[in-house]
Design a protein around this ligand. Structure first.
Ligand code: 13P
Length: 250
C-alpha cells in the first residue's frame, strides 16, 4: 500500500509570525493522521517552520532549489543549504517556475539529481495547459515531461521521486480536474514509469494530484486508485481547511 502524501504549497505567502501561528494551529489537528503531512514554505519561513514543527509529524519543504552545491549564483539556494537546516522535501519544476522563471525539463532533471545528492525528497510537478488538453495531447505532453525529468535516475531514486500531476488550467482557477481525468493521467504516468523502471518501481511511486484541491473534493480525488494524495495551493493557507484535507478520510 502506498502512503498518501498531502503537501501544502504556500507559494509566495505567509510571513514568519503567520507561519508559526499556522503550524501551532495545525499540530493538534493532524497529529493522528497516518498520511504524510508536508508544508512547502517560502525560504524566509523555513527556519521558523522547522522549529515550530519540531518533534511533530509535520515535515517541512522548500519550493525550489539550485542544482549546484554553491558558487556565483546570486539569489539562489542549494539543496545542500536546505538540507543543512533540516529541510526534508523540495518542490521541483512547478508550472509557475516553468512559466515565469524559465525552468525547463533539463533544469528540472538537474535539480532532482541534486536533491537526491543532498538527501532531499523531490516533489516534481508536471502538467499540461488547457490548449494541450483540448488538442488531445495531454498524456503525450505529461509522459514526455516524466521521461525527461527522470532521465538518468537510478531505480531507487525514481522510486523515491514524488510526482505531482498539476494540470495548469486547474491551478488557482477553482476548476478541478474530474476524478476520472486526474486518475487517467496518474495511471498514464505510472505506466510510463513502469516502462522506464519496471512495475515494482511504478507500484511504489507516489503520484499526487494538484489543482484547486479543497476539503470538499479531496476525498473523491484521493480515493482514486492511482492518486496518492495532493499538492495543495490556496487551500493550504488556512490551517483548519488544510487539516480537513489531510484528514480527508474522516
Ligand atoms: P491551487 O490549489 O491554489 O489551485 O494551487 C495548486 C498548486 O499549484 C499547488 O502546487
Amino acid at each position: 500500500m502506498r502512503k498518501k502524501v498531502i503537501a501544502g504549497n504556500w507559494k509566495m505567502n505567509m510571513l514568519p509570525d503567520a507561519a508559526i501561528r499556522f503550524i501551532d494551529e495545525l499540530i493538534p489537528l493532524v497529529k493522528n493522521t497516518e498520511n504524510e503531512v508536508v508544508l512547502c514554505v517560502p525560504y524566509t519561513d523555513l527556519f521558523y517552520s522547522l522549529l515550530a514543527a519540531q518533534n511533530t509529524n509535520i515535515k517541512i519543504g522548500a519550493q525550489n532549489m539550485h542544482w549546484e552545491e554553491n558558487g556565483a549564483y546570486t539569489g539562489e539556494v542549494s539543496g545542500r543549504m536546505l538540507k543543512s537546516i533540516g529541510v526534508e522535501y523540495v518542490i521541483i519544476g512547478h508550472s509557475e517556475r516553468r512559466q515565469y522563471f524559465a525552468e525547463t525539463d533539463e533544469t528540472v532533471n538537474k535539480k532532482i539529481k541534486s536533491a537526491f545528492k543532498y538527501g532531499l525528497k523531490p516533489i516534481v510537478c508536471v502538467g499540461e495547459t488547457l490548449a494541450q488538453r483540448e488538442e488531445g495531447k495531454a498524456i503525450e505532453i505529461v509522459t514526455n515531461q516524466i521521461e525527461k525529468a527522470l532521465e538518468g535516475l537510478t531505480e531507487n531514486q525514481a522510486e523515491n521521486t514524488i510526482i505531482a500531476y498539476e494540470p495548469i488550467w486547474a491551478i488557482g482557477t477553482g476548476k478541478t480536474a474530474t476524478k476520472e481525468d486526474a486518475n487517467e493521467m496518474t495511471k498514464a504516468i505510472r505506466e510510463k514509469i513502469s516502462y522506464l523502471y519496471g512495475q515494482m518501481v511504478a507500484n511504489r511511486v507516489i503520484i499526487q494530484y494538484g489543482g484547486s484541491v479543497k476539503s470538499s473534493n479531496a476525498k473523491e480525488l484521493f480515493s482514486m486508485s492511482d492518486i496518492d494524495g495532493g499538492l495543495v495551493g490556496g487551500a493550504s493557507l488556512d490551517a483548519t481547511e488544510f487539516a480537513k484535507i489531510v484528514n480527508y478520510e474522516n
